[in-house]
Write a protein that binds this ligand. Structure first.
Ligand SMILES: NC(=O)c1ccc[n+]([C@@H]2O[C@H](COP(=O)([O-])OP(=O)(O)OC[C@H]3O[C@@H](n4cnc5c(N)ncnc54)[C@H](O)[C@@H]3O)[C@@H](O)[C@H]2O)c1
Length: 276
């Protein structure tokens, strides 16, 4: 992947946060865009920003959990632009709740969007990316795909799964000789609406949670995150950590092995409200 000029890039969850910033940065870099989200209002905002830059853009409402719709969408994007080069599987949701008090459906919902949404997007677009002769899959995991914390088991499970899925995919593309780069993204705290959009088990104060996230954890702007991600795509990096918090936490986990569990939970308990 040399650059982004006239590359066709698909961004899921493009109506807000990192997805919107990715769409804008891709447009600035000369890409043609297919943007989708369940939030059509946010999507319209992104469309306006991308069009103001002058990038060709296809805009669709798409729920990443709807597999058949995703498969049809991939064919529609390929037919519209004549090719597809990149898929940014970015759409995601958060949920806070200790396992003991979470419902099965709460955990399943997070897995459906954050893991199966990524699988659906990857599988739907892979044939088109291979056919392009210059493809790239970019899957958004999290620092929570590198280590686990109390109250985030559902999100941790989905983000660890995205990491495993994407790291296997990268090796498969290399072994098969397919012209498809693969990058796993592990953002630290990014200043987006994720905590405000999040759900939680009964009894958890969602406002307090969102406030704690916004004031104490979110350090990096979505624009900066998008710049870092696009730089990693340009270099076909296997993994990219976004933000200094992500880099420090990654080192701590490597140094301590499973010992991080003893170190992190008391600190996190002071920063975030408990998940029960
Ligand atoms: N913000 C952070 O600190 C952070 C850290 C690590 C990883 N991430 C990951 O980055 C990605 C983007 O999150 P963000 O921070 O920009 O959050 P955000 O809430 O601002 O944006 C997420 C977007 O995904 C969309 N979405 C949710 N469910 C969907 C579905 N079923 N189908 C299609 N679209 C759907 C939402 O409508 C929203 O527009 C997510 O995968 C998230 O887990 C975020």
């Amino acid at each position: 992947m040399e650059g982004f000029v006239w590359k066709v890039a698909v961004v899921t969850g493009a109506g807000s946060g990192i997805g919107q910033a990715l769409a804008v940065e891709l447009a600035r870099s000369g890409a043609k865009l297919a943007i989708c989200d369940v939030d059509t209002e946010g999507l319209a905002q992104t469309e306006e920003r991308v069009k103001a830059i002058g990038a060709p853009v296809k805009v669709d409402r798409l729920d990443v959990t709807e597999r058949e719709a995703f498969l049809a969408y991939a064919d529609a994007v390929a037919a519209h632009f004549g090719k597809v080069n990149q898929i940014y599987n970015n759409a995601g949701i958060a949920f806070t709740g200790d396992i003991e008090v979470s419902q099965f459906k709460d955990i399943e919902r997070v897995m459906d969007v954050d893991f199966w949404g990524v699988v659906n997007g990857t599988k739907a677009f892979l044939p088109h990316l291979i056919a392009s002769g210059d493809g790239h899959v970019i899957n958004i995991s999290s620092v929570f795909g590198l280590f686990a914390v109390p109250g985030q088991a559902a999100y941790n499970s989905a983000k660890f799964a995205v990491r495993g899925f994407t790291e296997a995919l990268r090796q498969e593309m290399i072994l098969a000789g397919h012209p498809v780069g693969v990058t796993t993204v592990h953002p630290g705290g990014i200043k987006t609406a994720i905590a405000r959009n999040a759900t939680a088990v009964e009894g958890v104060d969602r406002d307090e949670l969102a406030k704690a996230f916004d004031t104490r954890l979110a350090r990096t702007s979505p624009q900066r995150a998008a710049e870092v991600i696009l730089d990693a795509v340009r270099k076909n990096q296997a993994r990219v950590l976004v933000g200094n918090d992500a880099k420090v936490l990654d080192i701590l986990v490597r140094l301590t092995g499973s010992g991080y569990q003893r170190l992190f939970s008391p600190v996190l308990r002071r920063v975030l409200p408990p998940g029960h």
